[in-house]
Design a protein around this ligand. Structure first.
Ligand code: HAM
Length: 437
């Protein structure tokens, strides 16, 4: 087969196919595994009484730019944004700002003063593609909007952990930090700048640039020398107000009561500007360089940043589904097998085909998974197809069977064959096969 070389999926995106494949440009996991993963995520989050919100994939660019912050990598260089007419559009790089937009726009606080929302869907970031990092990827996450209590923080983290627990994932590491309130960051920023300034010429070019604009970003440097320099740097925790510190202490106490292990990481600042107070990231040793399975935190100032007069306290997390798959694969997770069809009709002749089409409809209405030959193949080829489809029963019907008013049924699991009258066929097939709910 030849293919115009321009007609391939875009680098950093992939197709999700019905079967597992190693084909380039396809995700390794089949669509059935994606469905199962999504179902499990939904089931766990709904047990926490989160309800689903679906927002558009297209959002106004200023929402994302204001929400996430002009200086962040996401806004500065990773947005798929374009202008059409007089509107600036962006393919959403995340869902926290869109969900807050929807909350404010639809006055969701009137539906209940604490909104517990969850989402599953694609996000887009123009990053350099590599394992675990894509340009179109999928997130699931939750946002609890309308409360500032540390219990909300604990519940969000507990919900996140519960998802991974449901998959039996081991060896995860939860890192936790607190960024304080509106006044904390500017004071800390100044202190960090003052500390690093004398070492400016020892910093990498990129960190030197950040020293002026966004010194907190230097904290997650991977450069060993810079890490050593940071060991004695001021820590944001020491800049928290008494209330912010009490909040953080309460979150930690709740996590301990819930038996959720964590490590405190004073350098965890995260790559989005909207965070205040609690921030966290969940890592898996199975992910290599892209070690974050999920991350989140409190964003009490986002609503105002988006133009709302009053602050709306909120906290959430989001997680990458592709990275969940990588961790599942590394830990040998087994997905239940693809079910075969209940019935495959092996049909010879036009009249028999008409009968089989009707019969197939009837059985499907009764909840069975039914297929038949759509290619006019030979009987041998149709039997092969029934086998490939892992049919429980092959129902063989030709002109002769039609005349006799009976079909030949082959139980593909046992190899047994018997003749069955038309009016007994339904009962036989319905009674003995598993129905699709
Ligand atoms: P984030 O850390 O930017 O946070 O993304 C959350 C997760 O999405 C990451 O931990 C990672 O698993 C996955 N992810 C991010 N970028 C990519 C990519 N290019 N390819 C594959 N996976 C990726 C947020 O998005 C915040 N909205 C989280 C949040 C919710 N904070 C409060 N509420």
């Amino acid at each position: 087969m030849s293919l115009d070389p321009t007609f391939r999926n875009i680098r950093g995106t992939f197709d999700i196919l019905p079967q597992a494949t190693a084909s380039e440009g396809a995700h390794e996991a089949p669509s059935r595994a994606w469905q199962q993963v999504e179902q499990k995520i939904r089931a766990v989050l709904e047990r926490f009484n989160f309800r689903e919100i679906r927002t558009p994939i297209l959002e106004p660019t200023p929402l994302i730019a204001r929400g996430i912050g002009q200086l962040t990598d996401i806004v500065a260089k990773e947005m798929f944004a374009f202008r059409r007419g007089d509107t600036d559009y962006v393919l959403r790089p995340e869902l926290t700002a869109p969900v807050m937009r929807a909350y404010l726009q639809h006055r969701l606080e009137q539906q209940g003063s604490v909104q517990k929302l969850y989402y599953i869907g694609p996000c887009f970031r123009a990053e350099n593609p590599q394992k675990g990092r894509y340009r179109q990827f999928h997130q699931f996450g939750v946002e609890v909007i309308g409360t500032e209590t540390p219990e909300a923080d604990a519940e969000v983290i507990a919900a996140m952990m519960a998802v991974y627990e449901a998959f039996g994932l081991q060896n995860l590491r939860l890192r936790l930090n607190a960024l304080g309130d509106a006044s904390t960051r500017p004071r800390y920023k100044a202190a960090l700048q003052a500390y690093l300034q004398p070492y400016a010429n020892q910093l990498s070019a990129i960190s030197r640039k950040r020293l002026e604009s966004n010194p907190l970003r230097i904290l997650d440097t991977k450069d060993e020398r810079e890490r050593r320099l940071l060991e004695a740097a001021p820590r944001i925790i020491d800049f928290l107000s008494p209330t912010a510190r009490a909040h953080y202490e309460a979150v930690k106490a709740h996590l301990q009561e819930l038996g959720i292990a964590f490590v405190e990481d004073p350098f965890l600042v995260r790559g989005l500007d909207y965070y205040t107070h609690t921030t966290f990231e969940l890592e898996s040793p199975d992910l290599g360089a892209q070690s974050a399975l999920a991350g989140g935190g409190r964003y009490d100032l986002l609503a105002q940043e988006l133009g709302n007069e009053a602050p709306v306290p909120a906290i959430g997390f989001a997680a990458g589904i592709e990275r969940l798959f990588i961790a599942l694969e590394a830990q040998g997770y087994l997905f239940p097998e693809e079910p075969g069809v209940d019935v495959f009709f092996v049909v010879l002749g036009q009249n028999a085909m008409r009968w089989a089409l009707r019969q197939a409809q009837q059985l499907r209405r009764a909840g069975l998974r039914v297929d038949l030959d759509l290619k006019g193949r030979s009987m041998k080829a149709q039997m092969r197809e029934a086998n490939r489809q892992q049919a429980h029963y092959a129902v063989i019907v030709g002109e002769e069977e039609l005349l006799r008013g009976q079909v030949r049924v082959r139980d593909m699991r046992t190899g047994q064959q018997y003749d069955v009258a038309f009016d007994e066929l339904d009962d036989l097939l319905k009674g003995t096969t598993v129905r699709i709910a």
